[in-house]
Design a protein around this ligand. Structure first.
Ligand code: ZN
Length: 501
């Protein structure tokens, strides 16, 4: 049996090598590749992904998994070996349902669609992306239909990113959250707005980048096993557990973009860098779900990075880097500025309170598109209508409307947005438990130390990689299911105090 497990692992590592190579090609495309490389690069990545898919769906893998079943049953559920077999089988059973030719077709289409979008968005040209989006919708529906028996057509697509989640569960969870958030936004935006002009001065790129690096180093990001480069649309990627990279973008006229973006991506990377080394090259060397991943990026970016305790340490350092801009700005003014609540158009720049309303709009539109209750042609207006209704503001153009996020232009329609809000909910649940176990975390933070928090996260979340599902992690850590209360409580307390409500 140990021999069979070894055989399985050898094959899985080869497949992971192909994924790693494809990820490196993508990283290069998004950072340094000259534009002329685009069409060949799309093909090259598609070839690698097809080979990986073929290798993974090879019946030899299925046979090995079958033969290993009694061995798996002889081990405890929590053991690394049993988990590897269990998780690989789950992924295998999903993968064999999708024909390799389809995977390749989708990959080629996604690259082409992404290229068109990168030009169409600045030109505000929705007509240019419309046929691509239509094809993406058709392909997304086809992909879902490889998994017959679903309750909602979005379910298989949601399941890829957030295993075990369904449209119906998410709908009621999000309805409940929306009921709490809408009045909170009303109350907060009825107060005098915070003054964030201190953040909108000129901050040279070089100093911004250096300061961001200093912060994420202190958070615990390991530069021996990672690096940061510039890109138009920041992301985290991994080629192995020893090479977990992040990307960033800088706006010289807004301090927030690079600063909080770096903490966000570093949060994703801390998670991946913390995965148990024994999992290297196997399906276990991954995050538990999109939601759990986002719980970590948002935890470091917001629960830590937008807290008063954090800036009690870092603010004087920031003032030293930008004396002309910030010497006369108090810590309190700065803290209020980085936590300004406002009805805004762009999801990635939204404050903590309104952020989820942006996500839920996209989630709802995805469901309607997949159901056939909304056409691609009507999408831009539906977007505006939903923004007006939920956020009280809407973009006249499509650049800052329906075309603002890359997701629908580089992947499926369906399953792409729920993870952000799930992450906010889970992040608050996890953080509450961590603070209860180690109240000293806040005092450490005031001294620029994050070791206790990082170790707690490693111990409880990071090391496990893909071994446990999101629901299992939440249960193990909090002793119960996913709950919105800690998140709503956190927002109410923080912003109630900030806006003196
Ligand atoms: Zn993220």
């Amino acid at each position: 049996m140990e021999n069979k497990l070894k055989k399985l692992k050898t094959r899985l590592i080869e497949i992971d090598d192909l994924h790693g190579a494809a990820a490196l090609l993508y990283w290069d495309q998004a950072t340094y590749m000259p534009p002329g490389g685009a069409s060949a690069r799309g093909r090259q990545m598609a070839t690698l992904e097809r080979l990986a898919h073929e290798k993974f769906t090879d019946p030899v893998i299925g046979n090995l998994l079958e033969e290993l079943r009694p061995y798996e049953e002889s081990l405890s559920y929590d053991s690394n070996e049993a988990s590897l077999i269990r998780v690989t089988r789950r992924e295998y059973e999903k993968a064999v349902k999708v024909p390799p030719a389809f995977t390749e077709k989708f990959s080629v289409h996604s690259s082409a669609s992404y290229e068109v979008w990168t030009n169409a968005r600045p030109a505000n040209d929705f007509a240019a992306v419309r046929p691509y989006l239509q094809k993406t919708l058709d392909l997304s529906r086809q992909l879902a239909d490889f998994f017959p028996g679903y309750e909602h057509i979005a379910d298989p697509l949601i399941d890829f990113a957030d295993y075990g989640m369904k449209a119906s569960t998410l709908r009621s969870l999000f309805d409940e959250l929306r009921k709490q958030l809408v009045p909170m936004v009303e109350a907060l935006t009825a107060q005098p707005a915070a003054d964030d002009s201190c953040l909108r001065q000129t901050f040279p790129e070089k100093q911004q980048l250096a300061f961001g690096l200093e912060i994420i180093k202190r958070l615990g990001y390991d530069f021996q096993r990672g690096r940061q480069d510039k890109t138009p649309h920041p992301f985290m990627t991994k080629f192995s557990l020893g090479d977990v990279r992040i990307t960033t973008r800088v706006q010289e006229n807004d301090l927030r973009e690079a600063l909080f973006g770096a903490m966000h991506e570093a949060g994703h990377a801390l998670y991946e860098q913390g995965i148990c080394e024994e999992f290297e090259g196997t399906p276990l060397a991954d995050g538990a779900s999109a939601g759990v991943h986002e719980s970590q990026s948002r935890l470091w970016e917001n629960l830590v990075g937008r807290s008063r305790a954090f800036w009690q340490f870092f603010y004087t350092k920031l003032q030293d880097v930008f004396p002309d801009q910030l010497k006369a700005v108090s810590l309190e003014t700065f803290y209020r500025a980085i936590n300004k609540v406002e009805r805004s158009l762009i999801r990635t720049a939204a404050d903590e309170v309104t952020y989820n309303l942006h996500v839920m709009i996209r989630f709802g539109l995805e469901l309607e598109l997949l159901e056939g209750n909304l056409t691609v042609a009507d999408l831009p207006d539906a977007w505006r209508e939903r923004y007006r209704r939920n956020l009280g503001i809407a973009s006249e153009n499509d650049r800052d409307g329906v075309m603002q996020d890359m997701h629908w232009f580089s992947s499926t329609i369906g399953g792409k947005f729920q993870g952000y809000t799930l992450g906010n909910i889970m992040g608050a649940q996890f953080y509450e438990v961590a603070l209860r176990a180690h109240p000293e975390i806040l005092d450490e933070m005031k001294g620029g130390q994050f070791g206790t928090l990082l170790n707690w996260l490693k111990e409880n979340i990071y090391q496990h990689g893909y071994k446990y599902t999101a629901a299992e992690l939440v249960e193990r850590i909090t002793g119960g299911p996913l709950r919105i209360e800690p998140y709503v409580h956190y927002l109410g307390k923080k912003f109630g105090e900030l806006y003196r409500l």
